[in-house]
Design a protein around this ligand. Structure first.
Ligand code: CA
Ligand code: CA
Ligand code: CA
Length: 329
């Protein structure tokens, strides 16, 4: 913060600064005309008995000619700091105080509330470790003032991302007051980042909670892989679908049609074991008898499936076209 000062000869201007926990590099500076002297102390300053230069971890005063003076405390104590500007000779200019909060990204544990107490403009940052198969990640703040809650599945860029967000991986209500809450029904496994910004100073609590260890389930997605239609002679067509951590993976064929007895479709698992060999006009309209089932799906154990069509030197058919894939985890 910066503000104007104007101090007459022999007069004092005084300020206080509330330094939060985990602050670093508290710097207080004055610039201007005349000969103002800056005193900064982690306690009330006794005037005039402490007039003169000071240079300790809790009390600094350059006591130099002119009005350009600056002091820095690398690791300031939390609490109230006192600032006094003395008009050694009358002068006017500005005074600036700044510090950095390195609130060492504490981790929010499931269901455990932590206290918040932020000055205007200050941020508190946290991370959340979400396990596999978690659901309903909810992060909420309550309290006084106007705190703003940001939750993202990636580091939050501050201040460029200040404002409201509402995607599957980044939410910020950006509402008046400090009662804000966001929910992610199916949060990704891994590190989530939380930032609370004091739009206006406020205090209260923050809580993250989620349901862990859900039972595995099939998760579906669009996957279109296809050969030319018809395919060529003496060709190999291949694709792979894989999902890290999946217990099973599968691919759904809309159509599968090869020259029976000559052009073969091979299916391999994550260990490159050949699981199925098929040929003929097997699947159309998404169903047909193949791979030991009739619904157009081929499913293997593990996190990876490899599909490979090898054709011979004559007679071609439609080939294959998939429309979906799925993983079980
Ligand atoms: Ca001075
Ligand atoms: Ca708010
Ligand atoms: Ca053929």
């Amino acid at each position: 913060m910066t503000q104007n000062i104007s101090v007459g000869t022999g007069a004092n201007a005084t300020f206080t600064i509330d330094i939060p926990a985990n602050a670093t590099d508290l710097t207080v500076s004055i610039t201007g005309s005349g000969d103002l002297d800056l005193y900064v102390k982690n306690a009330p300053i006794n005037w005039p008995s402490e007039q003169g230069s000071h240079n300790t971890a809790t009390f600094k005063a350059p006591y130099q000619s002119g009005s350009s003076e600056s002091v820095t405390f690398p690791s300031p104590n939390a609490g109230t700091w006192h600032v006094l500007v003395n008009g050694y000779s009358a002068g006017s200019g500005t005074i600036t105080a700044s510090w950095t909060v390195t609130s060492s990204s504490s981790v929010l544990a499931n269901g455990v509330s932590q206290n918040l107490n932020l000055s205007t403009g200050e941020n508190a940052e946290y991370t959340i470790d979400i396990p596999a198969n978690a659901s309903d990640l909810t992060v909420a703040t309550t309290g006084s003032g106007d705190l703003d809650l940001y939750v993202k599945n990636a580091p939050i860029n501050w201040p460029s991302e200040q404002g409201s967000h509402n995607t599957a991986t980044f939410k910020a209500p950006y509402q008046t007051g400090s009662n804000e809450s966001v929910t992610f029904p199916a949060p990704n496994q891994g590190t989530w980042y939380v930032l609370v910004n004091a739009y206006q100073a406020g205090s209260g609590t923050i809580t993250a909670s989620w349901t862990s260890g859900g039972t595995p389930q099939w998760n579906y997605e669009t996957l279109v892989e296809e050969t030319p239609h018809n395919y060529g002679n003496n060709q190999t067509y291949e694709f792979i679908y894989q999902k890290a951590g999946a217990q099973q993976v599968g691919v759904h064929f809309a159509t599968l049609n090869t020259e029976a007895n000559y052009d073969f479709l091979y299916v391999y698992d994550e260990n490159d074991n050949l699981v199925y060999t098929e040929d003929g006009n097997l699947i159309s309209g998404g169903s047909g008898s193949a791979f030991g089932r009739t619904d157009g799906w081929v499913v293997v154990s593990g996190a990876k499936i490899r599909i490979r069509l090898v054709t011979d030197g004559s007679v071609t058919r439609y080939g294959y076209k998939t429309d979906q894939a799925a993983h079980y985890q």
